[in-house]
Structure formats: C-alpha cells, structure tokens
Design a protein around this ligand. Structure first.
Ligand SMILES: Cc1cc2nc3c(=O)[nH]c(=O)nc-3n(C[C@H](O)[C@H](O)[C@H](O)COP(=O)(O)O)c2cc1C
Length: 208
C-alpha cells in the first residue's frame, strides 16, 4: 500500500495548518493511501551545524525526530510539508527540521511526490510556498499541483474551516498527489526510475 508522510510545522497540533493537512488525509484515505501525520512544530528542533558527520554516517548527529522521520521518509511514496507563515516565511522549526532531514539523508528521494501547504492569516503565503517547494525540486521529487497555490487562510482552525476554496484546494491537491503516486508506481514497474548523474559538483574553486 502506498504511503504519504505529512509533517505539521505548526506548534498547534489542531490549528490552521493541521486543518488543511487533515482535509488532505480524508482524501488519501478515500484513495486507499496510508498516511502518517508527524507533529514537528511543538518539538525542540535545532538547526543544522554543517558538521558533515551525516556524510559518513548517513544520519544527523543530533539523534531526534529528524532521524526518526528519515526512516519513515525512505519508505514513503509522498511527503506533504505543512507550515504556518511566520514573517512571510515558513516557520523556523520546520525549516530547521527540513534542512537537517534533507541534508543528512543519502537515500534517493527521486520520484517521491512532494507537496507544500502553507497557512497564513493574511500574507506571505506564496513566498513561503516557494521556499518549501525547493526542498522537493532539488531532490528529484515531482511536485503535485492543485487548483490554487496550496494555502489556507486563518488565525484559528475555525477560520480555516470557513475557507471553502482553501479546503477545496487541499482536496484537489490530495487527489492529484494520489494519482501521481499511483502513476509513478506503475511507471517504475514498466520503465524503472530514470538515471541520475552526480559526477559534477561545480563550486568554482579556481575563482573564475
Ligand atoms: C511569529 C508569527 C509570525 C506570523 N507571521 C505572519 C505573516 O507574516 N503573515 C500572516 O499572514 N500571518 C502570520 N502569522 C499568523 C499565522 O501564520 C497564521 O495564524 C497561521 O494560520 C497559524 O497556523 P497554525 O494554527 O497552524 O499555527 C504569524 C504568526 C506568528 C506566531
């Protein structure tokens, strides 16, 4: 059975972001896709210290929820990252979490489907959405589309429940994501995964 991991970057387990993610979970269940929602935003998650220990061990030197989630991500077919908007960016905890999760793991994320979901009261949503999508697109992860950019509006979960278009966007996103996961699974069997080159690592050491 295909599986989608959902991360809630908000400190509120039942807040606005969670309301959007739960709307997606309802659709994934209808589509026969297993889900696991991981509450990240209320945990004490520190940032990456660029020690590069992970390049030798394959895991983060700080052994916390990041390493627990890494094992689950390796087995998952899709990843949804939800974040509240803080000063027109994803919130600090989810960024610290994602930096460490993506940097420390060497398993291929290639063709795992990604989706970012943001929740704001008023503004900064598309800037935050762009930041989150960049973790997927540098990792060979196709990004699922919807009928609007993946955002809901509100200060409380009750506000988000009134954002009919926002919730509709979440349902359409989950349906498209489920379709992509099933289609990629079929295509993997038929064609195998495309080759990936990693031989060049251009950092202009000669200063040119
Ligand atoms: C530190 C902080 C910064 C915020 N910055 C913004 C912002 O830039 N734009 C905005 O519309 N809302 C902002 N908000 C409001 C939240 O993004 C918004 O209420 C969100 O929907 C809360 O989601 P949650 O219930 O999942 O935590 C901010 C809230 C906090 C606590």
């Amino acid at each position: 059975m295909a599986k989608v991991l959902l991360l809630n970057g908000s400190p509120h387990a039942n807040g606005c972001t969670a309301t959007a993610l739960k709307e997606m979970i309802t659709v994934f269940e209808q589509e026969g896709i297993e889900t696991e929602l991981i509450q990240v935003g209320n945990k004490d998650i520190r940032g990456c210290i660029s020690c590069n220990t992970c390049s030798k061990t394959g895991k983060c030197v700080f052994d916390d929820l990041v390493n627990e989630t890494a094992v689950k991500l390796e087995a998952a077919d899709g990843l949804v990252v939800g974040s509240p908007v803080y000063y027109a960016s994803p919130n600090g905890t989810i960024l610290a979490f994602l930096d460490r999760l993506f940097y420390s793991t060497s398993f291929p994320k290639h063709m795992k489907v990604g989706a970012a979901v943001v929740s704001c009261r008023r503004g900064g949503n598309t800037a935050s959405f762009d930041v989150l999508n960049k973790y997927f697109t540098i990792s060979g992860m196709p990004v699922a589309p919807s009928t609007y950019w993946n955002q809901v509006h509100g200060f409380t979960a009750e506000d988000v429940k009134k954002d009919k278009e926002g919730l509709q966007t979440m349902r359409n996103l989950a349906r498209n994501m489920a379709f992509m996961i099933k289609a990629i699974s079929d295509a993997k069997e038929k064609y195998g995964l495309p080759d990936v080159e990693h031989s060049s690592f251009t950092s202009f050491p000669d200063g040119k």
